[in-house]
Design a protein around this ligand. Structure first.
Ligand code: ADP
Length: 513
C-alpha cells in the first residue's frame, strides 16, 4: 500500500460535504474520486477499485445501508467509513453491521476526518498484509505437498528397497521394493521393529549400531545379508542427523545382488577350473625340462628324446585347451552381437563330413552321411554352427575304436532340423552322460583309456546350440556307442523367401541383429 497510490472514494449527495471532504484529503498524497449517490459509487468501485470508501447514509437512489452491503459483495477488503448528519447510536450499530469500519458524525473537524481516514488505512494495510501472508502460506502448503508427493513417488518407484526408521528403530516408511524383498504385507510393519521383516538379525543389529555409534552423515554400515528365501541383499544404512547433530533415525537402502553373486560364483569356479587344468600340463613340462637340465639324461639320448616328446605332447594339450577356451568365450558371446544370416545347414553338414573323411579313414572307420540336398534355412552364424558339428564329429571319431562306424544324418521335422551324430564307440555311463556338457568334465572311460581331451568341446557345442534357440540330446551306452542329436528351429519363411534369404546370405549381404 505504501508503494501504491491510496485511492479513496467519497460518496455523498451533498456537494458541499463531498467537496469539503475532498479538500481535507487534498493535502495528503491520496487519489480521491467523488460520486453523488450509491449507484454511481458502485460503478466507480467496480471500474477503479478503492482502498477506502467514505459514504453518507442518507442518499437518494440507493440508501447508505444498501450501498454498504453492495460494497462488501464487490470487495470485502474495501474499508467503508460512514458519515451522517443524523448521528444516532442505532444508525452507527446498523452501519457497522452492514460492514462499515467506522462512523463519523457531522459536523466534524478536518483533523477528526483525517484521523479516521488514517486509522482506516492502517486497518486496510493490516488486511492486505494478512491476505498476502495467507496466500504465501497456502502456496507453501501446496508446494510442500507437491514435494512430498514427488518424493514419495520416487521412493515408491525405486528398484532398491528403502526402509526408514525413527530413533528407537521403529519403521516409519518402507517402499514396495523392500516389501517385495522381504515378502511381507506393507501395513503390518509400519511402527514395528525391523525384526518383523526377516528372521536374519543382521539388519536390526546394524540399524541399532547406526543409531548409537553415529558420528557422521556418511554411510555408516554396508553389509550383505541373506533372506530366508536365499536372496542376497546388499544393505547400506545411513543415520539421519538433525541440525543439532543428533541422530533421529536411519535410512536403509537395500539392493538385491542375488544374480550378481551367482555370476561371481560361476566366474570364480570357472577360473579355479581353468587354473587347475592349466597347472597339470605346465607342471609336467617343467618336471621333464628340469630332469634334462639337471643332467639326469646326459648320457641317455633315448630317454632325453622321450622326455622332450612328452613335453611336446603336454604343450600340444595346453594349446588345445587354450583354443577350446577361446572357442568357449566366443560361444559365450550373445548371438545377437555376432554376424548372423540365414544359414544353409546342408552345406555346413556336408563340409564337416568332407573335412573329417580322411581322419575316419585313417582309423578304418566307416563314415556315412545322409543329408537332403536342401534343408530349410537356419537363422544364425555359419561359422559357429560348423564348430558345433565339428566338435561332435571329431568326438565320434576320437571315441570310436578302429573299424567302428560313425554316421552323420540330417532331416527336417515340424519346423525343426534334426542332425544326428551316431557312433559305435566307447559310449558312456548314464551318470557321465548327465555331466559331459559341463565345462572340463570327462567321462571315466575316456580318461581310463587315456584318450586325450580338454572336456570343453561339448560345453562349447551346447552353448552354440542354445544361442541358436536349439538344444542337444544325448543317448549313450557304454561299449555300444552314442547318438548326439542337435535340434535347431528353422527360419519361419516360405521356400521362395528362404531361397531369397539364401541368395542374400551367399552374396554376403548379412544382417547384424
Ligand atoms: P573332450 O575334449 O574330452 O573330448 P568334450 O567336451 O568334447 O571334451 O567331451 C566331454 C566328454 O564326453 C569326453 O571327455 C568324453 O568322455 C565324452 N564324450 C564325448 N563325445 C563322446 C562320444 N562320441 N563317445 C563317447 N564319449 C564321448
Amino acid at each position: 500500500m505504501q508503494e501504491q497510490e491510496v485511492k479513496i472514494l467519497i460518496v455523498d449527495d451533498d456537494e458541499i460535504s463531498r467537496v469539503g471532504c475532498e479538500r481535507i484529503l487534498e493535502m495528503s498524497d491520496y487519489h480521491v474520486d467523488l460520486a453523488e449517490n450509491g449507484v454511481e459509487g458502485l460503478e466507480k468501485i467496480k471500474s477503479e477499485g478503492y482502498d477506502l470508501v467514505v459514504t453518507d447514509l442518507m442518499m437518494p437512489k440507493m440508501g447508505g445501508m444498501e450501498f454498504l452491503q453492495e460494497i462488501r459483495k464487490i470487495d470485502e477488503k474495501i474499508i467503508p467509513i460512514v458519515i451522517t448528519g443524523y448521528a444516532t447510536i442505532e444508525n452507527a450499530v446498523d452501519a457497522v453491521k452492514m460492514g462499515a469500519y467506522d462512523y463519523l458524525a457531522k459536523p466534524f473537524t478536518p483533523d477528526e476526518f483525517r484521523a479516521k481516514i488514517e486509522r482506516a488505512l492502517e486497518k486496510r494495510l493490516l488486511l492486505l498484509e494478512t491476505e498476502k501472508l495467507r496466500e504465501e502460506r497456502d502456496k507453501n502448503i501446496l508446494e510442500h505437498s507437491i514435494e512430498k508427493t514427488r518424493t514419495f513417488t520416487i521412493i515408491n518407484c525405486m528398484s532398491e528397497g528403502v526402509i526408514a526408521t525413527n530413533k528407537s528403530g521403529h519403521i516409519l516408511l518402507i517402499n514396495p521394493a523392500a516389501v517385495k524383498m522381504f515378502r511381507i504385507k506393507h501395513v503390518n510393519v509400519i511402527g514395528k521393529k525391523v525384526t518383523g521383516l526377516t528372521s536374519n538379525p543382521d539388519l536390526e543389529n546394524k540399524i541399532s549400531d547406526a543409531l548409537t555409534r553415529v558420528t557422521s552423515k556418511e554411510v555408516l554400515e554396508r553389509f550383505e545379508m541373506t533372506t530366508p528365501e536365499g536372496r542376497v541383499l546388499q544393505s547400506n544404512i545411513t543415520p539421519v542427523i538433525n541440525e543439532k547433530k543428533e541422530c533421529i533415525g536411519t535410512v536403509a537402502v537395500l539392493i538385491d545382488i542375488t544374480e550378481d553373486k551367482k555370476i561371481e560364483k560361476v566366474k570364480t569356479d570357472f577360473l579355479n577350473l581353468v587354473s587347475h587344468e592349466l597347472k597339470a600340463p605346465l607342471g609336467a613340462i617343467e618336471g621333464y625340462l628340469n630332469l634334462i637340465l639337471d643332467g639326469i639324461t646326459a648320457d641317455q639320448p633315448e630317454k632325453e628324446k622321450n622326455y622332450i616328446q612328452k613335453s611336446k605332447d603336454r604343450a600340444h594339450e595346453l594349446l588345445e585347451l587354450v583354443n577350446d577356451l577361446l572357442d568357449l568365450t566366443r560361444a559365450e558371446k550373445k548371438i545377437s552381437s555376432k554376424l548372423i544370416s540365414p544359414v544353409d545347414l546342408s552345406g555346413v553338414i556336408k563340409e564337416t563330413f568332407d573335412f573329417y573323411k580322411n581322419e575316419a579313414k585313417a582309423k578304418s572307420i566307416q563314415f556315412n552321411i545322409e543329408c537332403p540336398e536342401k534343408l530349410p534355412m537356419i537363422r544364425g552364424n555359419a561359422e559357429e554352427l560348423s564348430r558345433l558339428f565339428a566338435n561332435l564329429v571329431s568326438n565320434a571319431i576320437k571315441y570310436t575304436p578302429e573299424k567302428g562306424q560313425v554316421s552323420l544324418k540330417a532331416e527336417k521335422n515340424n519346423n525343426q532340423v534334426y542332425v544326428y551324430v551316431k557312433d559305435t564307440g566307447i559310449g558312456m555311463s548314464r551318470e557321465d552322460a548327465a555331466k559331459v556338457f559341463d565345462e572340463f568334465y570327462r567321462a571315466k572311460n575316456a580318461v581310463s583309456q587315456k584318450i586325450s581331451g580338454t572336456g570343453l568341446g561339448l560345453a562349447i557345442a551346447k552353448k552354440i546350440a542354445e544361442e541358436h534357440n536349439g538344444y542337444i540330446e544325448l543317448e549313450s551306452e557304454p561299449d555300444k556307442g552314442s547318438v548326439f542329436t542337435v535340434v535347431l528351429p528353422v527360419v519361419d519363411k516360405s521356400p521362395a523367401e528362404n531361397n531369397e534369404l539364401l541368395k542374400r546370405g551367399i552374396d554376403g549381404h548379412k544382417t547384424n541383429i
